[in-house]
Design a protein around this ligand. Structure first.
Ligand code: PAF
Length: 283
């Protein structure tokens, strides 16, 4: 596996592959890799001849008081995982390489970032959209693969690509889960043993909401309340939000018909976790 830290280095390797007619799938990450990332790599393998990954803990998507400083970083371990998964190139730029000066031009996702996580993390999706635009321009992959756990992020990225006419296919892979349903996340590493057990409540709450919809509940408020009640039953959990939204726009629904996304953010101790479930019923 090639390990490249410069934009020029990635561009030159990309040029070589273009000449050879080989397609590239990019898996953008912030490192602290786990089995969930491996699922993204596998999806990339199905779509392109080579899978490349980036590891960059992007400072512009963290707000004040968030976990930028303590975000787990172990590049050698990540590189070993990527190599064992068959990734052929790792792009791991420094902050100086990505941001030689504070950016004057950024990508603003507007209303797409108004609700859900965006309401509690001002500027987060601007940071995500801007760094993803940079990564896509640097690597110029044929396809880029993201995880469905970060649903609102995937909606922002899809619109980034369509609105700015970026020539790349965006692929969103299903959330990888632990045996008790907890969505795999780099932030699970922060959890103590008892918090880890408590964290399964996110999945239980979503499943309860999904079950209610499948059994005929169509009132989005009542579904949200049901999800909140399940979270409230776990003493170590504190709900930040629950949302029932249109999965394509992230706009709140009142009545459920067709596709609906149930999404939530929950603090387990100091750790903020997110998850979601897509439900579909007759319109
Ligand atoms: O999902 C992530 O890991 C990050 O938000 C991303 C897409 C790599 C941008 O920094």
């Amino acid at each position: 596996m090639l390990r490249i830290t410069t934009i020029a280095g990635v561009r030159s390797r990309r040029e070589e592959l273009r000449r050879l007619g080989r397609k590239v799938a990019l898996v953008p990450t912030m490192g602290a890799l786990h089995e969930g990332h491996r699922t993204l790599v596998r999806r990339g393998e199905e779509l392109a001849e080579e899978v490349w990954a980036s590891v960059f803990v992007n400072p512009t998507q963290f707000g004040p008081g968030e976990d930028f400083e303590r975000y787990p970083r172990d590049l050698d371990r990540d590189a070993a995982s990527l190599e064992s998964w068959g990734v052929s190139l790792l792009f791991a730029p420094t902050t100086k390489e990505m941001y030689p000066r504070p950016p004057a031009v950024v990508v603003d996702p507007g209303d797409l970032a108004a609700g859900m996580c965006g309401a509690f993390r001002p500027g987060h999706f601007r940071g995500v959209a801007s760094v993803v635009a940079k990564l896509l321009n640097i690597v110029q992959p044929d396809v880029a693969v993201f995880g469905a756990k970060d649903w609102q992020q995937s909606v922002v990225i899809r619109r980034l690509v369509t609105d700015l006419d970026l020539p790349v296919r965006i692929e969103v892979a299903a959330t990888a889960r632990e045996a008790d349903g907890l969505a795999m996340s780099s932030r699970n590493a922060y959890l103590t043993t008892s918090e880890r057990a408590a964290a399964a409540v996110l999945y239980r709450a979503l499943k309860a909401g999904e079950q209610a919809v499948l059994q005929g509940e169509r009132d989005a408020t009542r579904v949200g309340e049901l999800v909140a009640t399940v979270v409230a039953g776990e003493p170590e959990a504190r709900l930040q939000y629950v949302a029932v939204v249109n999965p394509d726009t992230c706009k709140p629904l009142q009545a459920i018909g067709g596709r609906a996304l149930l999404a939530l953010a929950v603090f387990i101790g100091q750790t903020r976790l997110i998850d979601n479930a897509l439900v579909e019923v007759a319109p």
